[in-house]
Design a protein around this ligand. Structure first.
Ligand code: SF4
Length: 346
């Protein structure tokens, strides 16, 4: 029960999240979709950009610049160009190579969104077993409701230390052979903290079927495609519908007896040489983390305006792809130029 695991404060927000998810429900037929489109103006950002859930990385991006995250949704063509940068692609292929060191890749034909999600759940079931056997797992999906909003993420690596503690290791690849700035590390610390909250919630059994179905917009009755059925059978699971896979996952999470994450670590790799640049252990303070998260989510829930960078962090704008669209930069630079001119006239 999410109410029990996340405390009374979170339960209050959960209701808000449910209402939001209901409001986002597309309903049948094109007419309701058209109506929804017409009503988007003036909605909160989650509704405006049709987000049933948020990615952990979106929220962490807010610690760098909230407007930049918003522009990523508003100008998807620019965001796509960002993803195609050589540095980003090189990082993705290093992650894939590391994942293949511990996982076998099997091709499965998927037809529906439920098929796609069922494969993720089957993978997760395999990872639960691997962790129970004391093995290392990589690219582990995590999801759940935090402060009333459904969030999803992917943990790079989970493994046990020599002392038997469960360690979350987040790999970051870098073009430059140096550690990132404090401002970047801040976002990375937030990221691993949120992963821990999500993972711990899952293994404590706080995730519910309603949350998954409602926020991901999936049908429990949807029959699984042949490819998924065959794959599930090869793993020893007798399932027919998406709802059955979800039940299987929730049951396994509830009784898996996996520990919560004990340690959080960031590890920085140089893309060119593949050498480790350095690593850093991250402290975990749940109250602080939840307070920060509530602040970031208040923007998504339409409770406040988005923020640009602090004026002393304006150097971040030099490497921003949205600089030509940026309202903060236009207004702030104009205001500063006016102040500067006024001072000169005096
Ligand atoms: Fe943020 Fe600066 Fe980019 Fe504007 S130009 S979105 S303030 S980083």
């Amino acid at each position: 029960d999410a109410h029990t695991a996340e405390g009374p404060a979170a339960a209050k927000h959960l209701e808000a999240g449910r209402t939001l998810a209901e409001r986002l429900d597309r309903g049948p037929g094109p007419s309701s979709a058209q109506k929804r489109k017409r009503n988007l103006f003036g909605c909160c950002p989650m509704e405006r950009y049709c987000c049933r859930y948020l990615k952990v990385t979106d929220v962490c991006g807010q610690s760098w610049c909230e407007l930049q995250v918003l522009y990523g949704f508003k100008y998807p063509q620019v965001a796509k160009r960002e993803e195609e940068r050589t540095e980003v692609k090189a990082g993705a292929s290093i992650h894939l190579a590391r994942e293949l060191e511990v996982h076998e890749v099997v091709q499965v034909c998927v037809v529906t969104r439920e098929d796609h999600q069922a494969i993720k759940f089957l993978n997760l079931l395999g990872m639960i077993s691997a962790l129970q056997a004391g093995c290392c797992v990589r690219e582990l999906p995590v999801f759940g409701v935090l402060e009333g909003v459904f969030m999803v993420g992917i943990i790079d690596e989970l493994r046990y230390t020599d002392k038997g503690e469960l360690l979350l290791n987040e790999l970051k690849t870098r073009r430059h052979n140096s550690l990132p700035s404090k401002a970047q590390i801040k976002g990375h610390c937030l990221q691993v903290g949120l992963y821990k909250l999500l993972f711990d919630g899952m293994v404590k059994g706080s995730l519910t079927g309603d949350q998954v179905v409602q926020h991901l917009g999936l049908s429990l009755e949807q029959a699984l495609g042949t490819g998924v059925l065959e794959h599930a059978m090869s793993l020893g699971f007798q399932v027919v519908t998406f709802g059955e896979v979800l039940d299987l996952l929730l049951l396994n999470l509830k009784y898996c007896e996996l520990p919560c994450i004990d340690l959080l670590r960031l590890e920085y790799y140089h893309q060119g040489s593949g050498n480790v640049i350095g690593s850093q252990d991250v402290p975990f303070d749940e109250d602080q983390l939840r307070a920060k998260l509530q602040d970031y989510l208040s923007f998504w829930l339409g409770q406040r305006e988005p923020r640009g960078v602090d004026i002393e962090d304006a150097w971040k704008c030099r490497m921003c792809s949205y600089v030509e669209y940026c309202r903060w930069r236009r207004e702030t630079l104009h205001d500063n130029a006016t102040i500067h001119t006024d001072k000169k006239l005096k």
